[in-house]
Every structure is written in structure tokens, then in C-alpha cells.
Design a protein around this ligand. Structure first.
Ligand code: URA
Length: 311
């Protein structure tokens, strides 16, 4: 196998791991397709056999090495580029027209629109319950997760399981209450698994994420927070920001003209915590992202807060 093919295959497998899969099926002709694309994408087929995992094992991971993407490369180093915003190409996507006087009314109309969407229903790969967002429509900070799992579907709210507890801890450390921020999912219905799904969750496919793109962009525009926080590379990829955490972290991007930071998914932190070192490095990196957000929205930062997760 050539170096190029090995590199593409390695990247593909890393992406599958990020999406939570522990097994992949390598189909004939796949390498040729990967070569044509230059960069492999997430699987578009929900039927691809996969091992079902509980949500907490489906952690988002940082990319081990920067890979070329369609995004323009950052022109400055991560340290000096905190104020440099890169635009998401999703800014050209048509938003959904919704009526309503208040943000809450508009968001309710948007949720009803998504619930009635024939495009989403036609996928036939998502469970029927639409999981609403939670928190304040007037929030300065909007967090985006990937898709609901079992706990979120049952509660009808984002981030209710172990990842949710971790996220609540992060929000609390920022000096905020969960109700003061806005929490939402990119893909608003739990991805279905054929047969007896039970507690198993799976990552949303590209196709499923794409179906919700106009919705999440409209949602961001309605809430119009000061900062959007993207949790993990799957959501970043679906927003056309790229999927390399190494490239994405540490600087602001722009989505719908709003300052957007990409950080680790709480599931990734949960997994890192179980490793030697207790995930201190990842926690500090995530925390540095949160400090940037706090500074941008004008939250006070105590000395104690600025030193969290330092050795
Ligand atoms: N992962 C997500 O992206 N969202 C949740 O609500 C839970 C886990």
C-alpha cells in the first residue's frame, strides 16, 4: 500500500473512531474513492454495519495530526490568532423563514418546521422524537452538541447523561447556571439503530447532519448569542469549519457572523479522565477555550478561574 493510501486510510479510521465506531467495513474500491475525495468523509449510509455503543464511549477526539482540508489554512499561529475569525461557507445556506414576535416564538416555530420536514422524515434513519433545545433564548453563549442519545430523548432535552453532567460542570465553572446558556443539538433526533435499539446510541451520519443544517443555522441566527461553542469535530465538520481539532481550537471562527469557538466534546474529556494523567491536558485546553469565551462575553474571570487545570 502506498504512503498516500495508508495516510488516507489512517485518517478515515481516525474519523470513524471520532464518530464512535469501533468497527468499520472496508468495501471494495474504497481506497480509490478516498483518493478521489482527497479527504475521507463520515459515512453517508446509516445501514453500514457498526457496533452500537453507549454515548459515553462515543467520545470526540482531537486529530493526531493536521490534515489538509478545504478550509483556508490559518494565516497566523494559534497563539496570535485568537481574534482572527475564519468564515464558515455555510453563510450562503438559505435560512428557514419563521414567524413570531419573540425569540421563543420563533424557536418554537422553527422546531415545528423541523418536526414537519419531509426531508428529515424521508431519511427514515432517525427516531421520531424531536429533542428541543434548553436554556435561555436570550443567552450570550450557545452550545451545540451532535445529536441526542437515549437520556436526552427520554428527557426531551440536550445533555442529560454523563456528557451532560460534564458540560454542566464546565458551565458552572464559568460562573453560570445551565439555564443562563442555550444548549442545542445539530441533529435534533436520536439516530436510530435497526432492530432492538435499547440503550445503544450511534453517531449521526453526514446525511443526517446535512438535513438539519438550515435548522441549526436559523436557530443560531434567532438566538444571536455573542459566542457559539461547537462541541467536537463532528459538529465543526457539519458547519464546514473543518474537523481537525488541532487546527480548529484556540481561535475564533465565524458562523452566521457570530464568534464561534470549537472545543472538545465533553465525552472526549470523560474518556481522557480515565487515562493516565486524568485528562489534565485536555481539560486545561478546553478550559482555555472557555476563558476566551468568558472574556469575549464579558464575564468576570477570577485568578482562581484562570488557573483551573494548571499543573
Ligand atoms: N452528546 C451530544 O452531542 N449531545 C448530548 O446531549 C449528549 C451527548
Amino acid at each position: 500500500m502506498s504512503n498516500e493510501a495508508a495516510g488516507l486510510l489512517k485518517h478515515f479510521l481516525e474519523q470513524r473512531q471520532v464518530a464512535g465506531q469501533t468497527h468499520v467495513v472496508l468495501k471494495p474500491g474504497m481506497l480509490d474513492r478516498l483518493k478521489q475525495r482527497g479527504k475521507p468523509s463520515r459515512p453517508a449510509q446509516p445501514d453500514v454495519p457498526m457496533v452500537s455503543l453507549p454515548m459515553q464511549s462515543r467520545a470526540a477526539m482531537p486529530q493526531p495530526a493536521p490534515k489538509p482540508t478545504a478550509q483556508p489554512a490559518p494565516s497566523t499561529s494559534p497563539k496570535s490568532s485568537a481574534a482572527v475569525a475564519s468564515l464558515s461557507s455555510t453563510d450562503k445556506v438559505a435560512l428557514i423563514e419563521v414567524t413570531g414576535q419573540t425569540k421563543a416564538e420563533k424557536l418554537a416555530a422553527l422546531a415545528a418546521h423541523a418536526g414537519a420536514s419531509s426531508t428529515i422524515q424521508a431519511l427514515g434513519t432517525l427516531r421520531p422524537i424531536l429533542v428541543s433545545a434548553s436554556g435561555s433564548p436570550d443567552a450570550d453563549i450557545l452550545f451545540i452538541g451532535e445529536a441526542p442519545g437515549m437520556e436526552e430523548e427520554e428527557a426531551g432535552q440536550p445533555f442529560m447523561g454523563p456528557a451532560g453532567q460534564k458540560l454542566t460542570g464546565i458551565i458552572t465553572a464559568m460562573g453560570l447556571k445551565r439555564e443562563a446558556v442555550y444548549l442545542t443539538h445539530f441533529c435534533k433526533q436520536r439516530p436510530a439503530i435497526k432492530g432492538e435499539q435499547g440503550i445503544a446510541n450511534r453517531a449521526a451520519t453526514d446525511q443526517e447532519m446535512r438535513a438539519f443544517l438550515p435548522y441549526i443555522l436559523t436557530e443560531i441566527s434567532i438566538v444571536a448569542p455573542k459566542v457559539v461553542i461547537v462541541l467536537g469535530p463532528a459538529v465543526a465538520g457539519a458547519l464546514s469549519l473543518g474537523e481537525s481539532m488541532i487546527r480548529l481550537r484556540g481561535k475564533f471562527h465565524q458562523v452566521q457572523g457570530i464568534q464561534t469557538i470549537v472545543t472538545f466534546h465533553p465525552n472526549y474529556i470523560l474518556r481522557e479522565e480515565k487515562l493516565a494523567g486524568g485528562g489534565l491536558k485536555a481539560k486545561r485546553e478546553l478550559w482555555e477555550d472557555m476563558l476566551k469565551v468568558m472574556q469575549t462575553v464579558g464575564l468576570p474571570i477570577s485568578e482562581k478561574q484562570s488557573n483551573y487545570f494548571k499543573k
